[in-house]
Ligand binder design. Structure first.
Ligand code: HH2
Length: 261
């Protein structure tokens, strides 16, 4: 069955839940709820990567992330840290995280690949065109699936060359990261071409703006679109779905699986 990665955003400015879990106690109890609802991985992040977001310095990100990872470690689920800074990743790995979810695919910090290799961490390598401040300014591709695929192939090779075991690497096309709604939907339709890279896929469609482009919904009104895109991604072979609404997506997957047998 497809695994769910529950989102724990310890930020004031995430696009759909900014400020709700900035307090460590609130973030920890949210993490507990997500695991009770069926999350097998919790993704703890202290920096928003929404379009236009300003970067956060490492000290602040550490202050947000470390107490929450510590508070969640006794849950016994896998914990990933959503960061592109080696210092933050290192502290999170020391505090109980086992996976680094790096939206820059190890390009953001020159120390990240060696850190992950040395610690034997799992790594999510994600595609992004440009950086969060500018990525939605007219993104263009000749063939979005071919370009994302060759980027992920190159980053996979670089990660393995840096000493990260191939079986610890997941790949993610980065829904919403430097892509129009049409690009996102084409990637979701053609996930099979990314699966040919031979590594499990992580897919994050949760509450994202391409859903709003389809039906005009605001970030807080996209549960139906999140469920539809998550179930379709699972049917196309996605291994991990990164979602905010774990209980609802878990129910949708369970029913879809029961019907398909
Ligand atoms: N999406 C977001 C953040 N991190 N990591 C991976 N691997 N894949 C994704 O699709 C992905 C991600 C954006 O969602 P969210 O965390 O809710 O928002 P924000 O970046 O504003 O905190």
């Amino acid at each position: 069955m497809t695994k769910l990665m529950g989102v724990v955003n310890v930020t004031p400015d995430s696009f759909s839940d900014g400020g709700l879990y900035l307090d460590p106690e609130a973030a920890i109890s949210h993490g507990w709820e997500l695991v009770a609802a069926g999350a097998e991985i919790l993704d703890v992040g202290g920096e928003s990567t929404r379009p236009g977001a300003d970067p956060v310095d490492a000290e602040e990100e550490l202050r947000r992330v470390v107490p929450v990872v510590r508070g969640l470690r006794q849950l016994g689920c896998d914990i990933s840290v959503d960061t592109s800074k080696a210092r933050v990743a290192e502290a999170a790995l020391e505090s109980g995280a086992t996976i680094v979810n790096d939206v820059t695919a190890l390009r953001g910090d020159p120390g990240m690949a060696a850190l992950c290799a040395g610690r034997g961490a799992g790594v999510v390598l994600m595609h992004m065109l440009g950086d969060p401040r500018t990525m939605q300014d007219d993104p263009r591709y000749d063939d979005v699936v071919a370009e994302v695929r060759s980027f992920l192939a190159e980053r996979l090779e670089a990660a393995v060359a840096a000493g990260i075991a191939e079986e610890r690497i997941w790949l993610d096309p980065g829904i919403g990261f430097g892509k129009t709604a049409a690009h996102n939907m084409e990637l979701l339709r053609r996930l099979g071409e990314l699966r040919q890279l031979g590594r499990p896929l992580v897919i994050g469609t949760s509450r994202k703006s391409f859903i709003g482009k389809v039906d005009g919904s605001a970030a807080g009104e996209r549960l139906g679109g999140t469920i539809a895109s998550s179930v379709l991604a699972a049917a196309e072979g996605a291994e991990v779905l990164r979602v905010h609404d774990v209980a609802e997506v878990r129910q949708a997957l369970t029913v879809a699986t029961a019907i398909l047998g």
